[in-house]
Design a protein around this ligand. Structure first.
Ligand SMILES: [Zn+2]
Length: 670
C-alpha cells in the first residue's frame, strides 16, 4: 500500500468526520457563534469555557492553553494515542472500514505482531492464574484475599489470580500455544543462561509463519523439580494465529518469575492485561520482594499506566474527580467500598505521561496518601508534577497508621466518604505544614516559612494563580512587612517565561486580524457551494482575499509585524489551498491563526479590509518615521543625505495625516 492511498483515506475520513460530533463525545459543547461551539477544555483545568470548535473550518482551539488542531489531533491528544491509532478510532466511530494495515518495514510488521501475541499471552496467563486460585493449591491465596475483605465479585472484577509454587506449570500451559521465544519476551519468565548455549539468534524479521513449536522439552533444570500437572490441559491451539517462530533449538530453561504469589493483573486503559503485580504469600525471605512487578516489555511501560484506570475512567469523568492512592491493594479496597473513581500510582512517583493520561478524564484529584511519610520524596514529586500539570489537588490525610484499606475496613465507607469531603486544598495543606514547621512568631521564622513554600508555588504554571497564592500566604502567615511581601510576590511571579506566548498574541493588531481573515477566506470561497450560499447578499464582486493580497504584497506592509511569518505563509499559498490550517509553518503561527479564525464574528466587507490596510500603512509609516528620525540624529551626516531624510520626514508626516494616500509616502523607500 502506498502512502498516497493512505493519505487519501485520511482526507476522505477527515471530510466525513464532523469535528463537532467527535469532540462532543468528550466535551459538552454549546453553540457559541455562527459557526463555532465552546466548552470546557479537556486539556487544562478550567471553570469557564475557553475551548472552541470551528464547525465550518473543522478545527479546535483553546484560548486558555493554546492547544489547537484538526479532528485527528484532537483524538490523538484526548486519547493519548498515535496518529495511526487516531485514524483507526475515527474510522471506527464513523463505521468506515479501514484499508488493510500497512507497515513501513518488515521490522515494524514484526513488532506489531509481537505486541499482539504478547497481549494474547497475557490473556492466557491471567486465565491460568485465575484458574489456579480456584484450585486446592490456591487455598492460602483465597485466605489472604478474604482477610483483605475481598469477595468473589471483586476478585472476579480485578481478575485476581494465584501463581502456583511450581515454576513450570505456567510455562507448560503457555508453551502449547506460544513459541518460547515469545514467552521470553513476555516478562513472565526467568531463565538461567546455560553456559553451553550459543548466543540466541537475532529474532527473525517477522515474515515467517512457521507453525512449528519447539519440540524440545526441558525438564528439571529450574529451581524446583518439574511436576506434571494434573489439571485439565487447555485445548491444543489450532487457530492461535500468534505463533512466532520458535527457532531456538537450545533446551529451554525458562520458569515462571512469579511463584506462590497472589497475582493482580495490570491493565491498560482499554482494559487489556499487559503486566502483573505479584504479592508473595511466602514468609521466607529468599522468596524475593513482597511485591514483584512485571518488567518493561513491548506492551508494558510502567510510566504510562495507571492501575485501575480502565475500571475507573467512566466514574472519574462522571464525578469529575479522581482519588489517587498508593498501592494496588488500597485501590481495590477503595473501589470495593463503592468509590469507583480510584486509581493507584503503584508506589512509584507519577510521571508526566501518567498525569496527562489521567488529565484526559478530570483535572480534579484527591490525593490520599500522607505526604509526610517516609517515602515522601516520591510523593512530593508526584504532587509537584500534578501541580505543574495544573491539576486541582486536594490532600486527604488519614490518621497516623491508617492506609485507605485499613481505614475502610476499620471505620467503614461512610467515614471514608466524610474524610474525602473534608480533604484539604493542597496549598492550604502546605501552608499549615509550613506553620507547624516554623511557628510564625517572629519575622525570622516567617522568612523560613516563606522560603519553605516558594519552590511549591513556583511550580504553578499560571502567573495569576501564583499571585493569588502569594497573597494568601502573606495573609495566612501574617506577614506585615512590605519588603517580605514584595519579595514573596516577586519570587512567585518570576517563574519562567510562560506568558510570552500570550503577549505575542496580544501584539497582533485588529488590522492584522482582519487581513489574516481576509487571506484565509480564499480557501473558504473555494471550498464549494455550501459556503457561498451562506454568504448570500455579499457583494459578488468583492473578494477580500484578493484585495488583501494585493495591498500587502505591493506595499510589503507585513514587514516587521508580529504576524509577519503567518502573513507570509498565507500570501505564499495564494488561493490554491484546500486547508488553510495546514499552511502556517510554525506551531505558534498555527495557534495564532486558529485563535483569529475562531473569532470570525464580524463580516468582512470592502470597507473593513480597506480600513485594515490603511491601519497597517499607518503602522508602517510610523515605524519608518522613527527610523528616519533616528537617522537624522546621527552625527557627521553628509548634508545631502540629511536633507533627503528631512524631506522624507515631511512626506511621512503628511502621509500619516491621510493614510489613504500612504503609497506616496512609501514610494521613496525601496
Ligand atoms: Zn485548554
Amino acid at each position: 500500500m502506498t502512502s498516497t492511498s493512505s493519505d487519501n483515506f485520511k482526507e476522505t475520513l477527515k471530510q466525513q468526520a464532523d469535528i463537532v460530533r467527535i469532540v462532543g463525545d468528550y466535551v459538552k459543547l454549546k453553540k457559541a457563534g455562527a459557526q463555532n461551539f465552546s466548552g470546557l477544555c479537556p486539556f487544562h483545568a478550567e471553570k469557564t469555557p475557553s475551548f472552541s470548535v470551528h464547525a465550518t473550518r473543522q478545527f479546535f482551539h483553546c484560548f486558555g492553553c493554546g492547544q489547537s488542531g484538526d479532528v485527528f489531533t484532537f483524538v490523538q491528544k484526548v486519547e493519548n494515542i498515535t496518529f495511526p491509532e487516531a485514524v483507526r478510532l475515527i474510522a471506527q466511530k464513523l463505521g468506515v472500514p479501514m484499508p488493510k494495515m500497512s507497515f513501513s518495514s518488515p521490522a515494524e510488521a514484526h513488532d506489531a505482531q509481537v505486541r499482539m501475541a504478547l497481549l494474547d499471552v497475557h490473556v492466557r496467563a491471567a486465565a491460568f492464574f485465575q484458574e489456579c486460585l480456584r484450585r486446592p493449591e490456591g487455598a492460602n491465596a483465597r485466605e489472604y484475599l478474604k482477610g483483605r475483605g475481598l469477595d468473589e465479585e471483586m476478585i472476579g472484577r480485578f481478575r485476581i489470580g494465584y501463581a502456583p509454587d511450581s515454576g513450570f506449570l505456567l510455562r507448560d500451559a503457555l508453551r502449547r500455544e506460544f513459541a518460547e521465544e515469545l514467552l521470553r519476551e513476555s516478562g513472565l519468565f526467568s531463565w538461567k543462561e546455560a553456559a553451553s548455549s550459543e548466543p540466541r539468534a537475532p529474532s527473525n524479521q517477522g515474515q515467517g509463519a512457521d507453525q512449528s513449536l519447539s519440540g524440545a522439552h526441558a525438564e528439571g533444570s529450574g529451581p524446583k523439580s518439574a511436576q506434571r500437572t494434573t489439571h485439565s490441559s487447555q485445548p491444543a491451539p489450532e487457530e492461535g494465529g500468534s505463533q512466532l517462530v520458535a527457532r531456538s533449538s537450545q533446551p529451554s530453561a525458562i520458569y515462571s518469575k512469579f511463584r506462590n504469589r497472589v497475582m493482580f493483573p495490570i491493565c491498560n486503559d482499554q482494559g487489556k492485561v499487559i503486566a502483573f503485580t505479584g504479592r508473595t504469600l511466602s514468609t521466607d525471605e529468599k522468596a524475593g520482594p513482597k511485591y514483584l512487578n512485571s518488567p518493561e516489555t513491548a506492551i508494558y511501560s510502567k510510566s504510562r499506566v495507571l492501575f485501575n484506570l480502565d475500571n475507573a475512567k467512566e466514574a472519574i469523568r462522571k464525578l469529575e474527580y479522581s482519588i489517587l492512592v498508593e498501592g494496588q491493594m488500597d485501590c481495590i479496597s477503595v473501589y470495593a467500598a463503592g468509590f469507583h473513581n480510584v486509581i493507584a500510582s503503584s508506589g512509584t512517583a507519577f510521571t508526566e505521561l501518567q498525569a496527562k493520561l489521567l488529565g484526559r478524564f478530570s483535572k480534579n484529584i484527591v490525593v490520599n496518601f500522607d505526604p509526610d511519610t517516609a517515602g515522601a520524596r516520591a510523593t512530593e514529586r508526584t504532587l509537584g508534577l500534578l501541580v505543574e500539570e495544573e491539576f486541582n489537588i486536594r490532600v486527604l490525610t488519614l490518621e497516623t497508621g491508617f492506609d485507605p484499606d485499613l481505614f475502610i475496613r476499620r471505620k467503614g465507607k461512610d467515614a471514608y466518604r466524610a474524610a474525602l469531603r473534608n480533604s484539604q486544598k493542597y496549598f492550604d495543606y502546605l501552608i499549615d505544614r509550613a506553620r507547624a514547621l516554623f511557628p510564625v512568631r517572629n519575622s525570622e521564622s516567617k522568612v523560613k516559612a516563606v522560603n519553605h513554600l516558594l519552590p511549591h508555588i513556583q511550580r504553578v504554571p499560571s502567573r495569576i494563580v501564583r499571585d493569588e497564592l502569594a497573597l494568601e500566604i502573606s495573609q495566612k502567615l501574617g506577614i506585615d512587612s512590605a519588603v517580605l511581601r514584595q519579595e514573596l510576590k516577586h519570587a512567585a511571579t518570576t517563574r519562567s517565561a510562560t506568558e510570552v506566548k500570550a503577549t505575542a498574541e496580544e501584539q497582533i493588531t485588529g488590522a492584522e486580524r482582519v487581513l489574516i481573515r481576509a487571506l484565509a477566506s480564499a480557501t473558504e470561497m473555494q471550498a464549494g457551494g455550501t459556503r457561498s450560499s451562506a454568504r448570500e447578499g455579499a457583494d459578488e464582486e468583492f473578494d477580500p482575499a484578493r484585495q488583501a493580497q494585493f495591498a500587502l504584497q505591493s506595499e510589503h506592509l507585513y514587514e516587521g509585524l508580529a504576524s509577519q511569518s503567518l502573513l507570509e505563509s498565507l500570501l505564499a499559498a495564494g488561493t490554491e489551498t484546500a486547508d488553510v490550517m495546514a499552511l502556517p509553518k510554525s506551531e505558534d503561527d498555527r495557534r495564532l491563526l486558529a485563535a483569529i479564525l475562531m473569532h470570525e464574528e464580524e463580516e468582512l466587507t470592502p470597507e473593513t479590509v480597506e480600513g485594515a490596510v490603511r491601519a497597517l500603512r499607518r503602522i508602517y509609516l510610523r515605524r519608518r518615521l522613527e527610523e528616519v528620525q533616528l537617522a537624522t540624529q546621527r552625527s557627521g551626516l553628509p548634508l545631502e543625505e540629511r536633507q533627503a531624510l528631512l524631506q522624507e520626514k515631511v512626506r511621512l508626516k503628511r502621509a500619516l495625516m491621510d493614510p489613504g494616500l500612504g503609497e506616496a509616502g512609501t514610494g521613496t523607500h525601496g
